[in-house]
Write a protein of this length. Structure first.
Length: 253
C-alpha cells in the first residue's frame, strides 16, 4: 500500500496513518536494541519474522476472545491495526525468574515462580522504564483501580494462551511484556492488547535444552538472532515462505 504520513518512530517499529479513520499501519523494522538502546544493530529479516509471529499470536487471542488492536497483515513488514491511546505502562508477566528480576531479587535464572507475577514499569527510556507500584499508577492517574484489575485479568489470559501454545511446540514461556491501549466504543472505554507479541517481547527457552530463542540472544551475544526467531516461527508453522494461511494456534491445557 502507499506509504502514508509517519506519526511515530520507535526502536523496532514505526507507525503511519492508516487508510481509514481509527486505523494505523505498523511497520516492523530490522533494528535490534537492548539496554534502553545503548546496544543497537540491524538484523536482516527480524522485522518480517516479528510481523508474522505477532499476527499469529494476535489472531490466536482474537479466537479466544481477548481484545487486541490487530486487524490484518498487509505485507511482510506491515500490518493494519486499530488506533488506540496507549496506557504509559509496560505490563510484565513472569512465570520464571530471569533478567532484571533475577538481578534485583537474587533468584537464580530459570527458577519457577509459585504463581505468575504481574508487574508494571513506566514507559520512559530516559528513566530506564522503572518499576512502579499500583499506588503510583493510580495516584498519577495513569490508570484507575478498575483499569488495573482489568489489565491484570487481560495479562493473565494472554499468559495462559501463550504458555499453552509455546508448550505445545517445546518452548517454555519464561516471561513477556505487553502494552495496553484504550479505545472508545460510543461512550464506553475498552482496554485492548496493543503493540506486539513476538520474541522481542518474550523470553522463550527450549524446554529440553534451555536454549534461548528470544532477544536475550542479542543482549548476551549468544548467537544469531534471526536463527533463533526463525526456529520459533518454524515450530509454529509460520515461516515467511509459508504464511498464507497461518495455522490456527493450538492451545494446550
Amino acid at each position: 500500500m502507499a506509504r502514508r504520513k509517519k506519526i511515530y518512530e520507535g526502536k523496532a517499529k514505526d507507525l503511519f496513518e492508516g487508510p481509514e479513520p481509527g486505523t494505523l499501519v505498523q511497520y516492523f523494522k530490522d533494528d535490534a536494541t537492548a539496554f534502553n538502546a545503548e546496544k543497537h544493530d540491524t538484523i536482516d529479516g527480524k522485522g518480517a519474522l516479528n510481523n508474522i509471529l505477532s499476527e499469529y499470536f494476535m489472531n490466536g487471542l482474537t479466537q479466544i476472545g481477548v481484545p487486541n488492536h490487530f486487524i490484518k497483515r498487509l505485507n511482510m513488514r506491515e500490518q493494519l491495526i486499530r488506533s488506540c491511546e496507549i496506557v504509559p505502562l509496560e505490563v510484565i508477566v513472569r512465570n520464571y525468574a530471569a533478567g532484571s528480576m533475577s538481578k534485583r531479587m537474587g533468584i537464580e535464572e530459570g527458577t519457577q515462580l509459585p504463581r505468575p507475577i504481574v508487574e508494571f514499569s513506566y514507559k520512559d527510556d530516559s528513566l530506564g522504564d522503572p518499576l512502579v507500584p499500583e499506588e503510583y499508577i493510580i495516584a498519577l492517574n495513569w490508570a484507575s483501580q478498575q483499569d488495573l484489575d482489568d489489565i491484570i485479568a487481560l495479562a493473565l489470559r494472554v499468559n495462559d494462551f501463550l504458555s499453552g501454545v509455546m508448550y505445545g511446540v517445546g518452548i517454555k514461556l519464561i516471561d513477556f511484556k505487553i502494552e495496553i491501549g484504550r479505545v472508545w466504543e460510543g461512550d464506553f472505554m475498552r482496554l485492548i492488547v496493543a503493540d506486539e507479541i513476538s520474541p522481542d517481547s518474550c523470553r522463550l527457552w527450549d524446554i529440553k535444552t534451555g536454549e534461548k530463542l528470544d532477544k536475550d540472544v542479542f543482549r548476551r551475544d549468544l548467537g544469531n538472532l534471526t536463527d533463533a526467531y526463525t526456529e520459533v516461527a518454524r515450530r509454529l508453522g509460520v515461516l515467511p515462505g509459508n504464511v498464507a494461511p497461518a495455522p490456527k494456534p493450538t492451545i494446550v491445557h
